[in-house]
Design a protein around this ligand. Structure first.
Ligand code: GZL
Length: 350
C-alpha cells in the first residue's frame, strides 16, 4: 500500500476514532468521574477499552529495492545488509530485484514496484543519467524514491534522500595517502583504474583524487581506464598498463578494492611486487583488501560503508511517520593502512 493511500486510510480511521471517541468520551466522562479509581492496571485496562481500537498493527511497510547486481564484494555486502535488516524487522516487507548491471532492468523494476503500490522505492542507480521519466512516474504515484550508494542526476524534487558516501572525499583521502607516502615534491607516476563509466562513485572518486594532487607538479596520472568495478576487468586493464608502462608505474589508484585486487594478480604475474614496487590504494574497505595489506601486497584502503540496511529501514519508517528526511544521509568512514589495517582485519564484517 502506498504511503499516500495509507495516509488517506489513516486519516479516515483517525476521524472514525475521533467521532467514536467523542461519542464514547461523552458517555464515559460521566461514568469514569463517578467511579472510584481502580488499580493502575485496571484503570489502564478500562482506559484501553474505552478508546477506539488502534490502527491495525499488521500494516507492513513494503520496500521495493532495485539493486545493481553483484559486481563486487562491496555490492554483495550492501545487498546482505539490506536483506538482513528487512528480514529481521516484522514491520518490513522487501521486494528485491537484481538488475544484472543493466539500467533498463532497474527502470523495469521501478515500474513494477509502482504497479504493486509499494510504500517506498530504494534504488542504487548503476549510472547517474536516464532516470527523469521513471522517477516522475514514481512521484506521480505518490511513491518516494530513496537513492542508495550512488547518485542520480535528476532534480532534487524527484527523490527523497540519498543514503551514501562522499566519493569526492574518498578520492581525496586516497590521494592524501599517496602524498604522505612519497612527499609533496616527489615525481610520482600513477595509473588509475576507474569504476563503471557514468557512475557517480567513479566520477567523484576520480575528481576527488585529481583535485588533491593538482598542486603537486611531480604527481602525474599517466594512464586512466575503467575496470567497471570488477576484479576480472581490473586485472585485464592493469595487464595493459604494465605492458605499456610497466617499470614506470609507482602507484595504482583503484576506485574500488576489487579492481585493485585483480591488479595485484597482474602485477605479480608481470614479475613485480605489489605493495612494494607499485604502491596500491583502493576504496571500499573489503576484508580481502585488509588481508592483502597484512600480506604486504596492498597499501591502503579508503573505507566506503556498504551496511546501509539499518539507515534505509529507518528512513522509510520516518517517512511513513510523516517525518522530513535530510536530503543526504551520509555514511561515516575511515582510512586503513599499515598496522591499523592489520589490527582491524579480525573485526571487518564484509
Ligand atoms: C559505492 C558503490 C561502488 C563500490 C563498488 O557506493 O557504488 O559500487 O565502491 C561497487 O565496489 O561496485
Amino acid at each position: 500500500m502506498s504511503i499516500k493511500k495509507f495516509m488517506k486510510k489513516g486519516v479516515a480511521l483517525a476521524l472514525a476514532v475521533m467521532l467514536l471517541g467523542t461519542a464514547v468520551g461523552c458517555g464515559s466522562s460521566s461514568t469514569t468521574t463517578s467511579e472510584a479509581p481502580a488499580s493502575t492496571e485496571q484503570t489502564t485496562q478500562e482506559a484501553k477499552t474505552e478508546e477506539a481500537p488502534a490502527a491495525p498493527v499488521d500494516e507492513k511497510i513494503v520496500i521495493g529495492f532495485s539493486q545493481i547486481g553483484a559486481e563486487s564484494g562491496w555490492r554483495t555486502a550492501e545487498t546482505e545488509s539490506i536483506k538482513k535488516t528487512c528480514e529481521e524487522d516484522p514491520m518490513i516487507e522487501l521486494k528485491f530485484s537484481d538488475a544484472q548491471q543493466k539500467q533498463e532492468n532497474q527502470i523495469k523494476a521501478i515500474r513494477t514496484f509502482i504497479a504493486q503500490g509499494v510504500d517506498a522505492i530504494a534504488l542504487a542507480p548503476v549510472v547517474e543519467s536516464g532516470w527523469e521519466t521513471v522517477f516522475t512516474e514514481a512521484k506521480d504515484a505518490g511513491i518516494p524514491i530513496i537513492l542508495l550508494d550512488r547518485m542520480a542526476a535528476v532534480d532534487e524534487s524527484l527523490y527523497t534522500t540519498f543514503i551514501g558516501s562522499d566519493f569526492i572525499e574518498e578520492g581525496r583521502r586516497a590521494a592524501q595517502y599517496v602524498i604522505d607516502t612519497f612527499g609533496p615534491d616527489a615525481e610520482v607516476n600513477i595509473v588509475e583504474l576507474q569504476g563503471t563509466v557514468g557512475a557517480s562513485a567513479a566520477t567523484d572518486r576520480q575528481k576527488g583524487f585529481a583535485d588533491a594532487i593538482k598542486d603537486y607538479s611531480g604527481y602525474k596520472i599517466i594512464k586512466s581506464q575503467s575496470g567497471d568495478f570488477t576484479r576480472a576487468k581490473g586485472k585485464e586493464v592493469m595487464e595493459a598498463f604494465l605492458k605499456s608502462d610497466g617499470d614506470k608505474i609507482d602507484v595504482l589508484y583503484a576506485h574500488n578494492d576489487d579492481m585493485a585486487l585483480g591488479a595485484v594478480q597482474a602485477i605479480e604475474e608481470y614479475g613485480l611486487q605489489p605493495g612494494k614496487d607499485i604502491i596500491i590504494v583502493g576504496v571500499d574497505g573489503v576484508k580481502d583488501a585488509f588481508q592483502a595489506i597484512a600480506d604486504g601486497k596492498y597499501n591502503c584502503t579508503v573505507e566506503c560503508n556498504p551496511n546501509l540496511g539499518p539507515q534505509l529501514v529507518q528512513a522509510v519508517k520516518d517517512l511513513k511517520a510523516g517525518k522530513t528526511l535530510e536530503k543526504w544521509i551520509k555514511s561515516d568512514e575511515d582510512v586503513y593502512f599499515g598496522q591499523k589495517a592489520i589490527d582491524a582485519l579480525p573485526t571487518r564484517t564484509y
